[in-house]
Design a protein around this ligand. Structure first.
Ligand code: NAD
Length: 264
């Protein structure tokens, strides 16, 4: 097996570090470049054997077959624009993308294979299938709510994973998520409409990521929960996606494709 050469974006970040750590000893991927923002202290330091972090995005991408992006929406856009010129495969985990950021990702996916996932863990991707199935069986008479908890430094809310879970519930109900979503409640919001899908965010401490999908029925309740206790699960999933995506036809893929669940 030839190892896919990987450029890690954001090597000073929580996820960037986790990806570097998880890459050690793998045969399917080899980190050959790491790129962060100008002025970040990691720039100029060795972050993996023989890999000095730089702030030169074009050079970093140029010395790899695929890049892994856990940065910020602007970081995602900047990398996608350069990658599109090179038709370079990508693995994108950054969340909180606006329509403009999404456009840059979509343009890249027209010319290169791109795996985009709000969550790279096997468990969460299984949960997406479970909540969809539950919503389909239970229907909108069972009130569906998603509660997510993350560390105090997380910037975007609701989490990308919570949105993916809520969208999977909407798909199970056969409705358009944007027509039924409720992201915050404050003041006199009235009785809960049938079919509404609520998402609530809790922030504090060092929680890596917890998601609970509730289905409230008459006199009974189902909870489908996922709790991450290490970023390794996301990092290992992203590295697996990087090895998988090289050589695929252009297009947008998700973790279900990487895990072999797509279409099931
Ligand atoms: P972090 O703030 O710890 O790290 C972000 C890193 O990106 C830093 O090194 C920062 O300097 C760098 N960066 C930011 N903007 C940049 C730019 N324009 N160019 C180059 N580098 C840039 O954040 P984190 O906790 O590692 O999370 C990063 C992103 O990944 C967030 O959007 C988070 O929600 C997401 N995330 C996704 C998953 C998943 O499985 N998909 C899991 C965890 C986190």
């Amino acid at each position: 097996m030839t190892a896919a050469r990987v450029c890690v974006l954001g090597p000073s970040g929580r996820m960037g570090r986790a990806v570097l750590d998880a890459s050690a000893g793998r045969a399917d991927v080899k980190v050959t470049a790491a790129v962060d923002r100008e002025g970040v202290s990691v720039v100029g330091r060795e972050v993996a054997p023989g890999v000095i972090a730089s702030a030169d995005l074009a050079a970093g991408l140029g010395s790899a077959d695929v890049y892994i992006d856990f940065t910020s929406p602007d970081g995602t856009r900047a990398a996608a624009l350069i990658a599109a010129q090179r038709r370079m495969p990508a693995v994108i985990g950054t969340t909180g993308l606006s329509a403009e950021h999404e456009r840059a990702v979509a343009e890249l996916a027209q010319v290169a294979p791109v795996v985009v996932a709000a969550n790279f863990s096997l468990g969460v991707n299984l949960v997406l299938g479970l909540v969809r199935q539950a919503a389909k069986v239970l229907g909108p008479d069972w009130d569906a709510e998603v509660v997510e908890t993350h560390h105090r430094a997380k910037r975007d809310a609701p989490s990308g994973t919570a949105l993916a879970i809520a969208r999977a519930i909407a798909a199970g109900h056969g409705v358009d998520y944007d027509a039924v979503k409720r992201h915050t409640r404050d003041g006199d919001v009235g009785a809960r409409p049938r079919g509404e899908i609520g998402v609530s965010s809790v922030r504090g401490g060092d929680v890596i990521g917890e998601h609970v999908a509730y289905f409230f029925g008459p006199a009974e309740r189902i909870e489908i929960a996922h709790r991450a206790t290490s970023r390794t699960i996301f990092a290992a999933g992203a590295l697996k996606a990087a090895a998988w995506v090289v050589g695929k036809p252009p297009g947008r893929y998700d973790m279900l494709h990487v895990l072999g669940f797509a279409g099931e």
